[in-house]
Ligand binder design. Structure first.
Ligand code: LER
Ligand code: MN
Length: 274
């Protein structure tokens, strides 16, 4: 398993679960100094990112891109893939496609979290899932052109009502035409929704594509009450080789949260013998 830490470039996300907030150069320097292998970036859009600038930082600090989030499309524009307005759904998909392309150039996947939206009012769950499935078929195949996967993240009940539990999402992903979408399993959301985190991960098996490495209170692993040992054992048993990426609150501050994360990462690496 590999370590990663989040950098947010979205001012509207202030107070959100991201570790570094002072730009890519600052975030990459701090991540590399602590020994992280990769950064996960949360941009306001693909246009806010510069290929040469990011490549330069990655080369200089010997970092990789773990993933790029699309939640800026929700926070900045309120666009979702299940919006009742077809024009907004189209803009949402275009916004995500541009991030798939940018991330794909770095061999990294894009993440669908908040932009999945929710069903409510006149919109049925069936219709919302039909729109979401069609978008995932398209975006999954688009990611495949870059040799990457596309990540779908079930969220807790306060953030979506489409899928809250990993196994329900996995069963639905298996019905799609595309085979190129994987689950992003966020341990914070799972702590709220799952009865047994390790069992859920085992059941999802090869569909597990990325982990948001967060404790029960969305702080660094080790700062809440999640029992990480059985979770790591489950990930080892399903041969998970991807990232443990810290999408966590910068508490008590960014550097302390990052330091605690890398210490926890080293501890779990010892458990797996990686
Ligand atoms: C995004 O990765 C996520 O976990 C959501 O809760 C949005 O913050
Ligand atoms: Mn997450």
């Amino acid at each position: 398993m590999k370590s990663a830490i989040t950098i947010s470039l979205v001012t509207q996300a202030k107070g959100g679960p991201f570790v570094y907030w002072d730009g890519l150069a600052d975030g990459c320097a701090r991540a590399a100094a602590l020994g992280f292998g990769a950064v996960e970036i949360f941009p306001p859009s693909a246009h806010a990112l510069d290929i040469a600038e990011l490549q330069g930082l990655l080369d200089h600090h010997k970092l990789k891109v773990a993933a790029i989030g699309t939640g800026g499309g929700w926070l900045v524009h309120k666009w979702t893939l299940t919006h009742p307005d077809a024009a907004i759904r189209k803009q949402a998909r275009e916004f995500i496609r541009e991030i798939v392309d940018f991330a794909g150039g770095f061999g990294a996947p894009a993440i669908l979290g908040s932009m999945q939206g929710r069903w409510e009012n006149d919109l049925t769950r069936e219709q919302a899932l039909a729109w979401l499935g069609e978008a995932l078929d398209d975006l999954g195949e688009h990611a495949a052109r870059h040799g990457t996967v596309f990540l779908y993240e079930p969220l807790n009940r306060y953030e979506t009502n489409l899928f809250n539990r990993q196994t329900a999402a996995a069963a639905w992903l298996r019905t799609l035409k595309t085979q190129n979408v994987r689950l992003l399993c966020d341990l914070y959301h799972m702590n709220i929704e799952e009865s047994d985190l390790a069992a859920a991960l085992r059941e999802c098996g090869p569909l597990v594509g990325h982990i948001h490495f967060a404790d029960s209170n969305r702080r660094a692993i080790g700062m809440g009450h999640t029992d990480i040992a059985p979770i790591i054992a489950a990930l080892r048993d399903i041969s998970y080789k991807g990232y443990l990426s810290a999408e966590i609150l910068p508490l008590p501050d960014s550097d302390a949260a990052a330091k605690r994360t890398i210490e926890s990462f080293h501890k779990v690496s010892e458990m797996t013998g990686d």
